[in-house]
Design a binder for this molecule. Structure first.
Ligand code: KIV
Length: 272
């Protein structure tokens, strides 16, 4: 059973909101197993995401589409064992939330059997009812806008989103609708800096960016990208923190410090 002392340092939704209000940057990373999770915990990463990026970095797939609910549950259970205080989020994989019932059942599995404290799902206003159903059932949600890798075949590749005015306005409307539906956190992927700034200001909930500039309330990257061990080419918005580090632990701490101090992302990691 947790004591008052254990829970005091736990990262909660309330704490993340407080960090937004006090301009304290939120440092997030992905993890897929207990050993790396404990390194993230030691580095005081605030939020750990079991991303469906595991399809690409763990399973060697070309996209995140083949990842199953079972895969996500297994890796969530592994990561949960390495964490104490970081908030644990699990991605809802492709086609695991095609109805509100399915979303609640699968998200419920990640929380009840996996130890997740929040789920993340891709999609705009079309997912507002699903977010609301999860919210009604006590399941915290991180919405995901901008580049949504589960839509890769629909959008024809991995590209920056929200560059034209109509797309940008739609993204801001989607963000407000998802917040209204009960989302507790917003992730923006590959979004121009000015739009990321606009959405971050418009929302009360914290906004975490990946390729969305330092204007967001926090940052997330794929762990294997910062260690430079991902398959293929590291994205422009990411940074190899291993290059200037003597160990993996040191590289993760370097990332956390750079996010907290606002030195990452720098101009070369940002889209305009
Ligand atoms: O799956 C993942 O790792 C993600 C990233 C955008 C953080 O969703």
């Amino acid at each position: 059973m947790s004591t008052q002392t254990d829970t005091r340092n736990k990262i909660t939704i309330r704490r993340l909101r407080e960090m937004k209000q006090t301009n304290e940057k939120i440092a997030c990373l992905t993890a897929y197993d207990a050993s790396f999770a404990q390194l993230l915990e030691k580095a005081a990463v605030d939020v750990v995401l079991v991303g469906d990026s595991l399809g690409m970095v763990i399973q060697g797939e070309e996209t995140t589409l083949p990842v199953s609910v079972e895969d996500m549950l297994y890796h969530t259970q592994c990561v949960a064992k390495g964490l104490q205080n970081a908030l644990l989020i699990t991605d809802m994989p492709f086609l695991s939330f095609t109805s509100e019932e399915e979303a609640v059942l699968n998200a419920g599995l990640f929380m009840k059997q996996g130890g997740a404290q929040m789920v993340k799902l891709e999609g705009g206003i079309d997912q507002a009812d699903t977010v609301s159903a999860l919210n009604k059932n006590g399941i915290p949600v991180c919405a995901h806008l901008g580049l949504q890798p589960q839509y890769v075949h629909k959008i024809g590749g991995y590209r920056v989103q929200g560059r034209d005015a109509a797309q940008a306005d739609k993204m801001q409307d989607d963000a407000l609708a998802l917040q209204q539906a009960g989302a507790d956190l917003m992730l923006l992927e590959c979004v121009p800096e000015s739009l990321a700034a606009r959405i971050t200001r418009a929302l009360d909930i914290p906004v975490i960016g990946i390729g969305a500039s330092a204007e967001c309330d926090g940052q997330i990257l794929v762990l294997y990208d910062i260690l430079d061990i991902s398959l293929g080419i590291r994205p422009k918005f990411s940074k190899d923190f291993m290059r200037s580090s003597s160990s993996i632990q040191h590289a993760i701490e370097g990332y956390v410090q750079a996010v907290k101090q606002g030195t990452f992302p720098a101009a070369e990691h940002v889209f305009n």
